[in-house]
Ligand binder design. Structure first.
Ligand code: 5RP
Length: 241
């Protein structure tokens, strides 16, 4: 395809991920525009006879999956999920992700962590050398949220980040509210030199429900590029095609 758009590259990655779905699998269904391509394509396969069961990661993924005709279950009913396919805001080649632009990262992390395998699908603008150019989403409880946000900025400094700036998603007048009734702080670090240190520091703050760093959860990246799709797998050499 000449000059594929970012959305074309997202769709190409999503279609490649379909090759990893096997009959009988329980499949975690991610949130966002790239994951939506996957859910819609998976729905077509289901209509054509593929038997799988989906576990949505958000209210929007649930609605999309219902529209696509995918039979659904929950994490509690199917604690062992075979495969989760989800988008990402950024990824590095150590399979560390930033997620949460759709404010769904808490449920996404619960579903991905309950899965044997997580595949992250994305266009090539998301694959980076160093995480952090994209703001990190941190889900926080509404109570004392300004104090929690100050602590988030302090934790970022302690973890070696610079230029730390937190803002409440949606602003004070109309804050964004997650599916879980919480708020989202966006942490702008520009660069996260030590994602593990930042993840540990954020998880220790009372008032933080979950941050959008996924470390040690994802093992495969599928990257849609102008000239094809690259599969980067923790267990295998990179393959483009
Ligand atoms: C939602 C997410 C999304 O997967 C992430 O924001 C990528 O979105 P998109 O595929 O629309 O670029 O983490 O919480």
């Amino acid at each position: 395809m000449p000059n594929p758009t970012a959305d074309d590259r997202k769709r190409a990655a999503a279609l490649k991920a379909l090759e990893f779905v096997r009959p009988g699998m329980i499949v975690g269904l991610g949130t966002g525009s790239t994951a939506a391509h996957f859910v819609q394509a998976l729905g077509k396969k289901v209509k054509a006879g593929l038997q799988i069961t989906g576990v949505p990661t958000s209210a929007s993924a649930h609605a999309l999956a219902v529209d696509a005709g995918i039979p659904l279950t929950t994490v509690d009913e199917a604690p062992q999920i075979d495969l989760t396919v989800d988008g990402a805001d950024e990824a590095d080649r150590q399979f560390r992700l930033i997620k949460g632009a759709g404010a769904a990262h808490l449920r996404e992390k619960i579903v991905a962590s309950a899965s044997r395998r997580m595949i992250a699908i994305m266009d090539d603008s998301k694959l980076v050398e160093v995480l952090g150019r994209f703001p990190l989403s941190v889900e926080i409880v509404p109570f004392a949220h300004k104090t929690t946000m100050r602590r988030i900025a302090e934790a970022a400094v302690q973890a070696g980040c610079q230029g730390n700036f937190t803002r409440l998603r949606g602003g004070d007048a109309h804050p964004a509210v997650t599916d879980n009734g919480n708020l989202v702080a966006d942490l702008d670090c520009e660069m996260i030199p030590d994602p593990t240190a930042l993840a540990t520091a954020l998880s220790a703050i009372p008032g933080v429900v979950e941050h959008g760093l996924f470390i040690g959860i994802c093992s495969t990246l599928i990257v849609g590029r102008g000239d094809g799709v690259e599969v980067i797998d923790a267990m295998r050499p990179s393959d483009a095609g």
